[in-house]
Design a protein around this ligand. Structure first.
Ligand code: 3AM
Length: 469
């Protein structure tokens, strides 16, 4: 069951777990082995990029992004190319996505939403002034750092997700068009700045309302609503917020408010402190120019190293895993967790079949190999199909550790899956006395708060939140 792990190295970076997988790229956690600094690496397929003839634009936008060191933009450190892949090394941002905050806690107070919007507008304006447009601004691209500061992800990477159609024209290929400006949907050429601004308006609406301004399960109806800017603000928004949103969500890009005008708006200006920061000087762009060169000397070295499993005794393993706890799936250092572990006294075969039994009715296809499983959700979720990988390690003849990891898809959908799994695996998970006490305490707390709500007849507030699947 325990096989030596293979470690991948790209240049000076040691690749770790996959953080996420989108339509165009895989995001992996990595560590700079010279400095120990954690980074996120986006990995693209070189052939796909070359096929779409985006080389010049990519070189230009990436070159510019390397120079930008804005506090609200995920920093691009360097780029590397191998024969088949492109690696983009980015600042590692640990606070999760703003989207998850809205899904978990609902809409924000106006002051909080304004503060995020101010950070967003300043950063977008800054990148625009340097000729870089985002073209896919949405809540899912807004990350948070440990201090709760906004970090826009994917600025300067729009060329990677765009495709050239047979008519030779560029078009944005996006999943759901909820954030896309009417002129982009009409596909008759558009200005990147005003189109980005429209998306900022949609983001502001979602932060304040807790739901999307334009939404419809029928794509044609959604297009119609966006083209006519057909939306209604909820009654709890202040006059100032409604006025600003209406000026941004103007379907005519010629009359839409501009960023300098937003910066003069009374609602926007409240408590506004533009960030103070310094630009990098003398950044080397050799890596950008080398990216698409064919000769070996320009390729980054990719190595696989066999790693002996770390020697751990049973106590180390048990203290790492404990019960299948669901109350600690968020931590300040790593944000929303993408993996968890538990220990079990059941035989490995039994654990496998229990996981299978639990996952099948939840709509997962199951693949098994050597006590490793890959559970693939058939239905497409918010970020593609959720894939969950599990692995069983033997600690002692009658003690196993089970690792459950999100391999692909949405982290919150993964957390929901864990909730269901933990209910089905109650008799498989080995609980220490300490765990039992803790579970008991949580149950008593939950029972008391339900009893309190019932006694004081607190109606649950109608919660308009974004559906996550
Ligand atoms: O799949 P989830 O939502 O857990 O937040 C991004 C997303 O996570 C994360 O990678 C996943 C696929 O996009 N991500 C993207 N850029 C990141 C970065 N610079 C990042 N996580 C940390 N630092």
């Amino acid at each position: 069951m325990n096989q030596p792990k293979v470690k991948r190295r790209v240049g000076k970076y040691e690749l770790g777990r996959t953080i996420g997988e989108g339509t165009f790229a895989k995001v992996k956690f990595a560590r700079n082995s010279e400095t120990g600094e954690p980074v996120a690496i986006k990995i693209f397929d070189k052939e796909k990029v070359l096929k779409h003839k985006m080389v010049e634009q990519i070189e230009r936008e990436i070159g510019t992004m390397k120079l930008i060191q804005h506090p609200n933009v995920v920093q691009l450190y360097e780029v590397m190319g191998s024969k088949t892949k492109i690696f983009i090394v980015l600042e590692f941002v640990t606070g999760g996505e703003l989207f998850d905050r809205i899904v978990n806690h609902g809409r924000m107070r106006e002051d909080e939403a304004r503060s995020y919007f101010q950070q967003l507008i300043h950063a977008v304006d800054y990148c625009h002034s340097r000729g870089v447009y985002h073209r896919d601004l949405k809540l899912e691209n807004l990350l948070l750092d440990v201090y709760g500061r906004l970090k826009i992800s994917d600025f300067g990477l729009s060329a990677f997700s765009r495709q050239v159609r047979e008519d030779g024209l560029l078009h944005t290929s996006c999943g759901t068009p909820n954030y896309v400006a009417p002129e982009v949907l009409n596909d008759q050429g558009y200005d990147g700045a005003t189109a980005d601004l429209w998306s900022c308006g949609v983001i502001l609406f979602v932060l304040l309302a807790g739901y999307l301004p334009f939404d419809d399960s029928n794509l044609m109806n959604l297009y119609k609503k966006i083209s006519a800017a057909e939306f209604t603000c909820p009654p709890w928004l202040s006059f100032g917020a409604v006025k600003l949103i209406a000026q941004i969500l103007d379907p005519n890009p010629m009359t839409r408010i501009t960023i300098p005008e937003i910066m003069e708006d009374a609602w926007f200006k409240k408590n506004y402190k533009p960030p103070v920061f310094y630009e990098k000087e003398g950044t080397n762009l050799d890596d950008v120019h080398a990216l698409f060169k064919d000769s070996e000397e320009h390729h980054v070295s990719e190595k696989k190293e066999e790693q002996q499993p770390i020697a751990m005794n049973a106590f180390d393993l048990i203290s790492m895993s404990k019960g299948l706890k669901l109350d600690n799936l968020f931590d300040a250092e790593h944000g929303f967790k993408r993996e968890t572990r538990f220990t079990s006294r059941c035989p490995a075969n039994e654990i496998v079949s229990k996981i299978e039994k639990a996952a099948k009715p939840l709509g997962f296809d199951i693949h098994k190999k050597n006590f490793k499983m890959l559970l693939e959700k058939v239905k497409v979720g918010r970020k593609g199909n959720l894939n969950v990988a599990t692995e069983i390690f033997q600690v002692a003849p009658s003690l196993h550790m089970v690792e459950v990891r999100k391999a692909k898809g949405d982290t919150l959908e993964f957390h929901m899956f864990l909730k269901n799994l933990s209910a089905s695996l109650e008799d498989v998970v080995w609980k220490t006395e300490e765990d039992m006490q803790e579970t008991k305490a949580i149950r008593v707390r939950e029972h008391n708060s339900i009893a309190f709500m019932a006694a004081s007849k607190i109606a649950s507030p109608s919660n308009h939140s974004i559906a996550i699947s």
